[in-house]
Design a protein around this ligand. Sequence first.
Ligand SMILES: [Zn+2]
Length: 423
Amino acid sequence: MGSVALNGKCFAFVGSRPQGALCRAMLTLFVFLAAFAGINCQPVCAAEPIKTLDYKMAGDATHMRIVMNFDREPEPKWFLLRSPHRLVIDLPDATIAIDAKDLKARGLIKSVRYGASGEGASRLIVTSKGPFNVDKVDVLKNEDGSGYRLVADISAASDREFDAALAIQAETTGSTVSTAKTDRLSKIAHRGDRPFTIVLDPGHGGIDGGAEGLNGTVEKSVTLAFAKELKSKLASNSAYKVVLTRENDEFLRLDDRVRIARQQEADLFISIHADTIRLKGIRGATVYTMSDKASDADAQALADRENLSDQLAGVDVAEENHEVSDILVDLIRRETHGFSARFARSLVGELSPTVGMINNPHRSAGFKVLKAPDVPSVLVELGYLSNPQDEEQLRSSDWREKAATSISKAVAAFVAERGVPGG
Ligand SMILES: [Zn+2]
């Protein structure tokens, strides 16, 4: 019986009858004995549940970190729920009180709810925008001695990955097993029977119109029309699955575009744009890939303009640097970068004879929309709306058809080279 008091379970009964009196007596006895034995009984004897001191979350639509501070060490258990995709964290010996402002939806997380799930026990339910992976749920001791913190990291994933995690959960009722990181690598190595998935991303949309041509052509309309044309061209090959990040004139955050690519387990991501440049004489298409250091000043300026999209739409984009310093992620990123560059070269090769290109048509800069570490990604500037001839072409369905055919050929070459179905 002594162990009942020692492991803390006794406290659930404190105040309730008939065990209350017995429990209090045991507690008094234990405190007395502990004092005698010189044991520090602080964590054991507190007659109250563990307190949640605060709750914070940070990140974007692809990665989120949740941090909760506690006065003592909690023993969380977590599990996943579907429809909608949720992470449930049970805290069997803690109470939760969180400032409502800290629960405001952000990034991948759509809502957070919590409540009592028994005497002295609580449950936190985190609802996500879509399927996700639980990268880790850890409890760590705060270095400054102020208690303990729970750290949960989740990242956007596909339904297939979420279902796989649910299946593991069903087998291991303890449900504290997270998907191993190696699964992410094997995803690249073994694609199984999935079709080759291409996500096309029509730039801008909704309140963010993008660039505007001399004759009033708006970038967001050109990019959508072109993406639809390219989709129908690609979809004629049944080995491909083609998905648009947006089908209508709607605003989409940059990280949401990346999230969609990851959700679809995209094998290729093509963001489509048609911007403007100071020099009206400059015309032609350009293919951009991601790099930390821009290839040239113009590429840097363009990436800066494109990355402004979220701010233009009034989205709160407090820069949360979520670069994962993980050797495995770095490896994946490097491999992905190689594929992106290979596809960019293939695109330049196909577009050059049919569609005019600018000088040095393969350039690179830090585009946020190209940041998925595991999806080969390029951004195509179809032409410049600041140039009257380019603007004219971009409005022509014949020209769009021609350019879409060239891009389809580049996709086919890329698929063939990777040796996957559909080549
Ligand atoms: Zn643009």
